[in-house]
Design a protein around this ligand. Structure first.
Ligand code: UDP
Ligand code: MG
Length: 341
């Protein structure tokens, strides 16, 4: 008889994640696009939340800001370069034009050097006071700590749109996407490496973050309003984000399109048969099912058009992906003097 194992097999009871001790460094990725109004306030709040005392209490040896300027046309890049020149412990990656927030996040991830990385917005809607609690969660074993919005303030139409978007993407996605979470979150180095190693060029970082797996935990918060400046996500950009998110995470819309077209095709054939039958059964009269058939063909036409739209969304993205262009182009990297070659 084989001896009874002292502990349950690994697949029954996974080992508890090891608490992580020791000093860690943190890179804070901040995509910025025309954020000159809010920059000073952002740096001030970061300075308050990440002061030396607080950092040492949480075992954080160093915090470096990693700004990604997404082709700003205002003074954002100049102001940041001046602050770095004046001694701010930060790097500035300047993209050659506006590639969009998602590409800017990817550029940031590609330039992470520390053990930990946080992605956050510049407009203080991602509160800096969550950074150290995120590090604590990482210490307790989480590899990804994403912030989940309990409540969101601001434009009600946009709020509704986001609400619907997250639910639609989660419903359509083949992997489990956490609801009401943006890119704001902390990533362990292994997660950053996994994200970097993905081959696709059209990227939806918050979806890929869920896809790579590891140990993921949510940190709940109330999302405040932007204190200064205007939102840089226009409705066109939000639409792009929504369709990119759905197309990047799922092929289910294609299946829905296939099933939908098939179903309507069958119905149309059935009613057309009734039309022919009516024509011969009662010659001279307008066949009864005529209107119904007409209505069905018209509806079927709408469904077909919608299916073509879905198909087009995927074909277009496949075309862009096949071309293999990078998601962004770096124009310049500004680093503090002591790091200059
Ligand atoms: N952003 C960017 N490129 C863009 C649009 C936005 O880098 O094309 C940045 C912006 O500067 C901010 C973050 O992405 O740091 C979120 O943008 P915004 O606050 O406008 O989005 P919202 O909070 O309205 O969704
Ligand atoms: Mg914002």
């Amino acid at each position: 008889m084989s001896p009874v194992p002292a502990t349950a097999p690994a697949h029954v009871r996974p080992p508890a994640p090891a608490a992580r001790s020791g000093p860690v460094a943190l890179d804070v990725i901040i995509p910025v696009f025309n954020e000159e109004e809010v920059l000073e306030l952002l740096l001030e709040r970061l300075g308050q939340e990440l002061g030396p005392d607080k950092l040492s209490a949480h075992g954080v040896s160093r915090v470096r800001l990693l700004f990604v300027d997404d082709g700003s046309t205002d003074a954002t890049a100049r102001l940041l370069a001046q602050r770095i020149e004046a001694g701010l412990d930060a790097r500035l990656i300047r993209l050659s034009r506006n590639f969009g927030h998602q590409s800017a996040v990817c550029a940031g991830l590609d330039h992470v050097e520390s053990e930990l990385a946080v992605v956050m917005d510049a407009d203080l809607q991602d509160p800096p006071e969550l950074l150290l609690p995120m590090v604590e969660r990482w210490r307790q074993g989480a590899d990804v700590v994403f912030a989940r919005r309990r409540r969101r303030k601001g434009n009600p139409v946009k709020r509704m749109g986001y609400w619907a978007f997250y639910r639609l993407v989660a419903f359509l996605s083949e992997i489990q996407l956490p609801l009401d979470t943006g890119d704001f979150g902390l990533l362990d180095r292994r997660v950053v490496q996994a994200l970097r190693s993905l081959p696709e060029n059209l990227r939806f970082p918050r979806g890929l973050r869920a896809w790579v797996g590891f140990r993921q935990e949510a940190l709940e918060y109330d999302r405040p309003e932007r204190p200064l400046g205007r939102p840089k996500y226009t409705f066109t950009k939000l639409y792009q984000l929504a369709t990119d998110g759905i197309a990047a995470m799922s092929t289910r819309p294609l299946q829905v399109a296939q099933v939908g077209s098939f179903f309507f095709g069958l119905l149309t054939i059935a009613f057309l048969a009734m039309l022919v039958w009516g024509y011969f059964a009662a010659p001279g009269e307008i066949p009864r099912p005529f209107l119904l058939t007409y209505a069905l063909i018209a509806t079927g036409f709408c469904v077909q058009s919608f299916c073509l739209y879905i198909l087009g969304a995927y074909v277009g993205r496949t075309y862009l992906e096949v071309k293999g262009r990078p998601p962004y182009v770096v124009m310049e990297i500004v680093v503090p003097k002591e790091r200059q070659p």
